[in-house]
Design a protein around this ligand. Structure first.
Ligand code: C2E
Ligand code: MG
Ligand code: MG
Length: 581
């Protein structure tokens, strides 16, 4: 080590020697005048690595992107060239022993008396850098699966879009992956199992992807994949199918086998997109197509989907008008006692008499009503109209005095605070007896409102109304799940009835569903009874009630009235009373 630069050197030297930062002082030729103990540790083998004189040192300084620096860019060269440096972050790699660290370099040219020409300090900022990296990791990654999050994914999409400026012919695919039935598993088996499932799914997704693909968890049970530089759309379709089958493999979580499926929407780009948001929106829309048509588990967005979206928007605007303009109608489908084939009630089914498109079936507008919240006013109209109509018929046709009416209620209606009071009010206003009203809900309602639903259902039941599970068998359908709720009746989905006369397995399922209902003390209605064979089979299974085209399609009120009038006409006139002789 060289001589101290001034007479009080002893004191300065002691102070500098104990500093935790590395301190180096050199003369104008770049020769070392002073280096403290921290500098000797940090900069083994001399000053060449800093840009000073001497043999190659045992370390190298790289820029903040970890790229090598030219000699003129090294800190000492710059300070000797009369530049000041203020906390410049550089990456230092040492060879013996091998180590890396981040340093903040500050440098100052020294002027005035004496030989010292430059002062450099280097502070080890590795810990702070590490913290910064982990903060960035946290801000842009999902903590559960450690996958990039939505923000980072959107950023990657924007970068991918930017690449098209130079290469407009690039083909890329964005896959939007949504897990089916995740909420059911989460609600039934607990959030811890739900979390484990997401981690496992993330691992399966990763295992299916090539290294340059970007995968992210967008939130909840939604994931996305970006494939850059693909040759044709079949690469994306092949991947979607691979992902689908990887996800469909059973998972063993807490000793239980759990099954999930995925719906995958694909949007090809990037040339057609101006921004990342539109691209993701279209992949999401393609995914929703599958939810509407579950026969396929992937779907590619095409411009006809845009047309469908426009139709959806048009339907939404028109539906608002329909609610105010008296365009909704109710049709009534008879429900019969299977043994006698006598009608015992109806299911009220909504239709829309559209001013230009004609009579629309629920499949054409209920999903729009659900998505926009219009299902709430629609649902109240249906309930009030069904009760009003039934009460009017009861007065007109005494034979209908005991007929029940089933009304479908959507999950959205169950979010309403005043649901029970409103039902009560409708019954009071129409005078319809509560014990002749049945409310049909699907298993989805139970899932969407798992916390509050039991209390609400109990209150509805306390009014005397019957509760019915609709489309039974298409949802989660677990026995343990059902017995917690106060149902009176199960309506078996028509998919179970459909092939039960040809498919033995279907028949077995049907049989066990009927048995399950019996065990739970529930009545059973079979939906979609289309053939005499269905009818006979259901009777043999001791299923009590049925509904289907075999008996009648849903009918407009006028047709119901004509049917009832005909029934009255068929009752033989009482024989004239002949006076006793
Ligand atoms: P859902 O409640 O399961 O109603 C039964 C559907 O099956 C009706 O279709 C009915 O016409 C049809 N169906 C009855 N028997 C047969 C048969 O033998 N074969 C076949 N292939 N189909 C049969 P629709 O009227 O098109 O209603 C479809 C769905 O729309 C309903 O299914 C229900 O989920 C919903 N929906 C209808 N009206 C309302 C309503 O007022 N409110 C709510 N929230 N949803 C409604
Ligand atoms: Mg129904
Ligand atoms: Mg149904």
């Amino acid at each position: 080590m060289s001589q101290p630069p001034c007479p009080d050197a002893e004191i300065y030297l002691a102070a500098l020697s104990h500093l935790p930062d590395a301190v180096v002082i050199v003369d104008a030729a770049g020769e070392l005048l002073f280096a403290n103990a921290a500098a000797e540790v940090l900069l083994p083998g001399g000053l060449a690595g800093l840009g000073g004189k001497g043999a190659p040192s045992g370390y190298q300084l790289l820029d903040s992107y970890q790229c090598p620096l030219a000699k003129t860019e090294l800190p000492l060269s710059r300070v000797l060239g009369n530049q000041c440096l203020q906390n410049e972050e550089l990456f230092l790699t040492a060879t013996a022993p091998p180590s890396t660290r981040w340093v903040a370099v500050t440098g100052k040219p020294l002027t005035g008396p004496g030989t010292a020409a430059a002062l450099l300090t280097l502070r080890d900022i590795s810990a702070a850098k590490q913290q910064e990296v982990s903060l960035i990791q946290q801000a842009f990654h999902d903590t559960l699966t450690e996958l990039p999050n939505r923000d980072l994914f959107m950023d990657r999409l924007s970068h991918a879009l930017a690449r098209t400026h130079d290469q407009p012919e690039l083909l890329m695919a964005l896959l939007y992956i949504d897990l089916d039935r995740f909420k059911v598993i989460n609600d039934n088996l607990g959030h811890q199992v739900g979390d484990q499932l997401l981690v496992e799914i993330a691992a399966r997704l990763r295992s299916q992807l090539r290294p340059d693909a970007t995968i992210a968890r967008l939130g909840g049970d939604e994931f996305a994949v970006l494939l850059e530089d693909i040759a044709t759309s079949s690469t994306a379709i092949d991947l979607a199918e691979q992902i689908q089958s990887a996800i469909a493999q059973p998972l063993l979580l807490q000793q239980q086998e759990v099954y999930v499926d995925a719906s995958i929407g694909i949007a090809l780009g990037p040339a057609t997109y101006k921004n990342a948001g539109d691209w993701l929106r279209d992949a999401d829309a393609a995914m929703y197509q599958i939810k509407d048509n579950p026969s396929q588990n992937w779907h590619i967005f095409d411009s006809s989907l845009q047309v469908q979206q426009d139709l959806r928007l048009r339907t939404e605007i028109d539906l608002r008008q329909a609610l105010m303009g008296n365009e909704l109608r109710l049709h009534y489908q008879p429900i019969v006692t299977l043994n006698t084939e006598e009608i015992c009630g109806f299911e009220a089914l909504v239709r829309w008499q559209h001013p230009t498109r004609g009579l629309l079936m629920p499949g054409e507008f209920i999903h729009v009503a659900e998505a926009t919240g219009l299902i709430i006013p629609l649902g109240w109209w249906v309930l009030a109209e069904a009760c009003r109509q039934m009460q009017a018929w009861t007065r007109e046709f005494p034979a209908m005095a005991n007929f029940t009416v089933s009304v479908n209620m959507s999950s959205k209606q169950f979010s309403q605070q005043n649901l029970v009071a409103r039902i009560q009010q409708i019954l009071a206003e129409t005078g319809f007896a509560a014990n002749r009203l049945k409310i049909e809900i699907t298993e989805g309602v139970l899932i969407d409102h798992s916390d509050s639903i039991i209390a609400t259902l109990e209150q509805i039941k306390a009014l005397g109304i019957k509760l019915l599970v609709d489309d039974f068998g298409t949802g989660y359908s677990s026995l343990s799940y059902l017995h917690r709720f106060p149902f009176d009746c199960l309506k078996i989905d028509r998919s179970f009835i459909e092939n039960a006369d040809q498919d033995f397995e279907k028949l077995e399922i049907l049989q066990s569903v009927v048995r399950l209902a019996w065990n739970l003390g529930l009545d059973v209605v079979a939906e979609g009874v289309e053939t005499p064979r269905h009818h006979a089979q259901l009777k043999a299974l001791r299923c009590e009630l049925g509904q289907g085209y075999l008996f009648s399609r849903p009918l407009a009120p006028a047709a119901i009235e004509a049917m009832m009038a005909e029934k009255i006409a068929q009752i033989p006139e009482p024989a004239p009373i002949t006076p006793a002789p």
